[in-house]
Design a binder for this molecule. Structure first.
Ligand code: FBP
Length: 305
């Protein structure tokens, strides 16, 4: 029975939402190998847009086919598959009902320079038409264009909630307001998680934070209050706290392709820190199918405890 007490507890944090939105969150939490545990492993495949097809699918050319990723998510027992409009449209009919879908509603490419800002590339109605459980949206706190992204998200969130969908926010600090190390600094990561919660996200995704502290004022408080930030588990714990005291689902991204042991060690630390799960793309789809499935299953196994 996947509608467990833990699922009910998590849903109780979202009582202001419509029955439709709560049903979609429930569907995410009761699908796949982690059904009922309160944990999520999601397969995101927007890297073709974000980094280009060569960098994304060159290592495993089968990944050029959007249907490959539907099947990968299903075979691995993921809770959901997230992708931009074109890729979801390519397989939504064939795979209808087989895995929850998240429509990534804004995207950026790496073909131009300047302050990071994503374009809105789909609509809430597209998400409904394709049978998605929710919309996905990236914000770049630290960019000069952050306010535009926050305001666009506000409109989309309002509509998604009114139409009974879940809202998943990728909160990725970057831009001229931050140093390169600052993009994943513990204080900035926690801040990014908190901003996404304040913007009304149901599920927030951040990168695993480092021990770097970007803001001098935050450093003083971390030291004075003795907030532990030494290990990744410590830092994850703090980020979960920053996400409304643990009342929002906070998950962590997988990052660029790396060795299996390195991936699994990181997941163990995320799990130890109280992460609600992971969203792992490149480390899954850049491996041959069987290896990608095996790695995702190992990740799921760690979250299962
Ligand atoms: P990965 O597991 O491949 O890191 O995917 C997670 C993700 O959030 C993708 O959805 C997104 O395309 C990518 O990371 C962005 O990575 P970056 O911030 O390095 O451009």
């Amino acid at each position: 029975m996947s509608f467990t007490d833990r699922v009910k507890q998590i849903l109780s944090w979202y009582t202001s939402e419509t029955p439709g939105t709560r049903a979609q969150l429930a569907r995410l939490l009761t699908t796949g190998e982690l059904a009922g545990t309160g944990k999520l492993v999601i397969l995101p495949v927007d890297q073709g847009f974000e980094h280009g097809p060569v960098r994304s699918f060159g290592p495993n050319p089968a990944g050029h086919d959007p249907l490959y990723h539907y099947q990968l998510g299903i075979d691995a027992g993921c809770n959901a598959y997230a992708a931009p409009l074109g890729a979801l449209e390519a397989g939504a009919a064939e795979y209808a009902g087989q895995i929850p879908l998240i429509l990534k509603l804004n995207n950026s490419d790496t073909l131009s320079k300047g302050e990071p800002c994503s374009a809105v590339t789909g609509s809430v109605d597209d998400a409904l038409r394709l049978g998605c459980v929710g919309i996905g949206y990236t914000i770049y706190p630290g960019s000069e264009h952050r306010n535009r992204m926050y305001e666009d998200l506000r409109e989309l969130t309002l509509e998604a909630k009114a139409k009974g969908l879940a809202v998943v926010v990728w909160s990725y600090p970057r831009g001229s307001g931050l140093s390169k190390d600052g993009e994943t600094a513990i204080d900035v990561a926690a801040y990014a998680a908190h901003i996404a919660c304040q913007l009304g996200a149901h599920i927030v995704k951040i990168k695993p934070p480092t021990a770097h502290i970007e803001q001098a004022e935050a450093k003083k408080v971390i030291e004075k209050a003795k907030i532990p930030v030494e290990t990744l588990a410590d830092r994850v714990k703090y980020c979960v706290q920053a996400a409304f005291g643990g009342r929002r689902i906070l998950i962590f991204s997988g990052g660029a392709a790396k060795g299996t042991q390195e991936v699994l060690d990181e997941i163990r630390q995320l799990n130890a820190g109280g992460a609600f799960g992971s969203i792992v793309g490149r480390n899954a789809f850049q491996r041959p199918h069987a290896e990608g499935v095996a790695l995702l299953k190992q990740i799921i196994g760690i979250y299962k405890g």
